[in-house]
Design a protein around this ligand. Structure first.
Ligand SMILES: CC(C)(COP(=O)(O)OP(=O)(O)OC[C@H]1O[C@@H](n2cnc3c(N)ncnc32)[C@H](O)[C@@H]1OP(=O)(O)O)[C@@H](O)C(=O)NCCC(=O)NCCS
Length: 404
């Protein structure tokens, strides 16, 4: 275990005085653009320097850090607090000593103390499972389209860069599309839109928003990343669009890509996004997928939070489901309103077993119980339990945008 090797480091929250140090540290570990992002996050609407956790050597220099970006997910109509864990890194000569592990445990304890049941991240494979993270909601469904296949710009449609005067409209469009999904990411208010539009310049996640208009005026927007890993023009967000507007937008994006010397378009949009659908019809090839890694830190708290959803889903069925979560028994009792209590009070009419990670997948609707069982996951249920789980945890359509 890496903890046996843990050197003498101080683990603490960062403060205002650490901003320059955080920027320099992140630039050194992750590259210049992430150094700028660390600095920008300190001034973001959803973040402060004290959301960063740092490990410092005896001289006070940062040797490892991460940031907890708090947000609110919506599962159905229920708001669920979560935090995105980001910018995780340790200075090269301090790696392999358990410093990051200690920081992650500290961060999890902090989230539990704040009543935040879910930690989520977009990160490297094979590291975070040890802290209870499992893959859940999709975060990247990449597809690339050759410029020649994208068609040509067709008047009267045209693009113009969005400005601060468009913030209210951009926010409304974003909410309109997100609101149609079962699981949605952080509620985007106008401050968050303003930050994404104007607050990320020079950072690794800087992007440009463009407004798409037809003869009658603006009909939607698209968000294009400034940077690119494979040379393509990355389309990371777009509003809902009619098929005609989506076709026109593809032609305009191809034109933009040519002007920027980018050889192809790359889409990172949800599976149900109309722009992605049209791009696939025109021959875009799906390249890879990626998903959020989620740790369910407080299983009972999440079940409590979701009680109204469960009540709706069970629709009065008076099942007494005893859920064994890693040895901890929870009784979920159906009826006019679902109640959640300790197991062992009455004889249950149904039983099921799942680890916290699998419960996260079930609650976020990325997997059903049947999916998990078929994949050989360590879950179990009797017949009535399976019936209850199928009602309680349907597959949900979700998409969660990062907060930067
Ligand atoms: C990943 C990283 C943060 C771990 O920090 P650390 O302080 O060395 O972490 P710990 O000492 O607690 O844990 C070390 C373990 O991480 C594993 N690890 C390191 N990099 C890994 C990677 N890319 N993929 C999977 N596991 C990795 C090591 O093999 C080691 O495993 P062991 O404990 O079984 O020996 C650090 O290697 C780093 O900064 N890497 C570069 C930046 C990066 O990739 N950050 C993560 C972004 S999501």
């Amino acid at each position: 275990m890496t903890t046996d090797r843990l050197p003498a480091v101080t683990l603490r929250r960062a403060a205002q005085a650490d901003i320059a140090g955080l920027a320099a540290f992140n630039a050194q570990v992750h590259g210049a653009g992430i150094g700028v992002l660390a600095e920008r996050l300190c001034a973001a609407p959803h973040c402060t320097p004290s959301d960063f956790w740092v490990a410092c050597d005896p001289r006070g220099s940062i040797v490892s850090s991460l940031v907890l970006m708090p947000g609110v997910l919506e599962i159905g109509t229920t708001p669920v607090p979560y935090a995105e864990v980001g910018l995780v890194g340790t200075a090269e000569r301090w790696r392999g000593l358990g410093v990051c592990s200690a920081l992650i445990r500290k961060a999890h304890a902090d989230l539990c103390a704040r009543g935040i049941p879910l930690a989520m991240l977009l990160g490297i494979r094979d590291y975070y499972a040890r802290f209870g993270y499992v893959y859940t909601v999709p975060a990247g469904l990449y597809a690339t389209l050759a410029l020649d296949a994208a068609g040509t710009a067709s008047p009267p449609y045209h693009l113009r860069p969005a400005g601060l005067g468009d913030v209210a409209q951009l926010t409304a469009w974003y909410r309109d599309l997100a609101g149609r999904r079962d699981v949605r990411g952080a509620r985007r208010d106008e401050a968050a839109t303003r930050y994404l539009l104007a607050g990320l310049g020079g950072s690794a996640t800087a992007s440009s928003f463009y407004l798409l208009s037809d003869a009658a005026g603006p009909v939607g927007y698209v968000r294009v990343a400034d940077e690119s890993e494979d040379g393509g023009l990355y389309i990371n967000e777009a509003s809902d669009l009619s098929p005609a507007a989506a076709h026109a937008l593809l032609g305009l994006l191809a034109e933009l890509a040519r002007r920027r010397g980018r050889p192809h378009l790359r889409f990172n949009l949800a599976a149900d996004h109309p722009l992605r659908t049209v791009a696939l019809e025109l021959g875009a090839s799906p390249t890879s997928t990626y998903a959020w890694q989620v740790a369910l830190l407080q299983p009972r708290a999440l079940l409590h939070t979701l009680r109204a959803e469960f009540t709706r889903r069970l629709d009065g069925w008076p099942v007494d489901l005893e859920l064994n979560l890693c040895g901890e028994g929870v009784c979920l009792r159906g009826g006019p309103t679902v109640t959640i209590g300790a197991a062992g009070q009455t004889a249950p009419t149904a039983t099921a077993t799942a680890a916290a990670g699998h419960l996260a997948q079930l609650c976020l609707g990325s997997h059903t119980f049947a999916d998990l069982a078929a994949a050989g996951a360590d879950v179990d249920a009797d017949d009535k339990g399976r019936e209850a789980l199928a009602l309680l945890f349907p597959r949900l359509i979700g998409w969660i945008d990062p907060l930067y």
